[in-house]
Design a binder for this molecule. Structure first.
Ligand SMILES: [Fe+2]
Ligand SMILES: [Fe+2]
Length: 257
């Protein structure tokens, strides 16, 4: 269909390609090829303008590394001076369930910060999200390592958690920087409250997990403060309640699966 010389703009552009050194022969096949090449270039250019492809590829890379690669922490795993943790089987299982939940939380944190960095038009805010995300990589690595030490595996539903969190982050990001930052503040506060409850729930002798959770709590509170200082709005109560309900489903399932 593209190979008729009466097809308007596309045809004229393709004609120009045909006359260039790329397509020296003026026959129908070359014209058809020129149309296809031009269409591809136009599509790539359109997507680049619409989506900021650099951020898009970074987000895709984050998803693959979070779900399928062994995370590497930039900072050493925190420890407490109490010495090695000695746990019986029941305590080990209880600790593993809680640390699996915390690991899922960090998987979701990667998805949220990646999607919010993808959608913000502000380079400064993107940098802030990426810096917070680097802390979350440390958390991801520490919790993954602790799960391994406890003889447990991460949640098999991690791709699902990641996809859900990524969608929520996209939604928050599309609502503007102030709302996106408000979403960060509320998320980090809810995660902080959750981590605090885990400090009570973890077996008394599990010093290794406690040290990790305590450091994570400090980092999450700092992320919340930084987002607040950057101009976050307070989210409406029903939104906060929906976020709590979603988190409850996730933590309940992830403790076992
Ligand atoms: Fe975290
Ligand atoms: Fe955080």
């Amino acid at each position: 269909m593209y190979c008729t010389r009466q097809n308007g703009l596309w045809q004229r552009k393709a004609d120009n390609w045909c006359r260039s050194e790329h397509f020296p022969l003026h026959d129908c096949n070359n014209l058809y090829r020129a149309c296809k090449v031009h269409l591809c270039l136009t599509l790539v250019s359109t997507f680049h303008k619409a989506l900021n492809m650099d951020s898009f590829f970074i987000a895709a890379d984050t998803a693959l590394r979070t779900l399928f690669a062994k995370p590497r922490a930039a900072k050493a795993c925190p420890t407490l001076p109490e010495g090695p943790s000695e746990l019986n089987d029941a305590d080990r299982r209880a600790a593993a369930g809680l640390m699996r939940v915390n690991h899922v939380g960090e998987v979701c944190a990667q998805a949220l910060y990646a999607s919010q960095a993808l959608t913000t038009p502000s380079p400064e805010l993107r940098k802030q999200f990426n810096q917070a995300s680097a802390d979350e990589v440390d958390h991801l690595a520490w919790t993954a390592e602790r799960l391994h030490e406890l003889g447990a595996r991460p949640s098999i539903l991690n791709p699902l958690w990641y996809a859900g969190a990524f969608g929520l982050g996209l939604l928050a990001g599309r609502m503007g920087n102030a709302v996106s930052l408000g979403f960060v503040v509320e998320t980090e506060h809810q995660v902080g409250a959750h981590l605090k409850s885990h400090l009570d729930a973890l077996p008394t002798g599990d010093h290794a997990s406690r040290a990790i959770v305590a450091q994570m709590y400090d980092d999450e509170m700092r992320h919340a403060s930084e987002a607040q200082a950057a101009g976050a709005v307070d989210l409406p109560l029903p939104v906060k309640q929906m976020m709590r309900a979603a988190a409850k489903v996730m933590t309940t399932v992830a403790e076992h699966v």
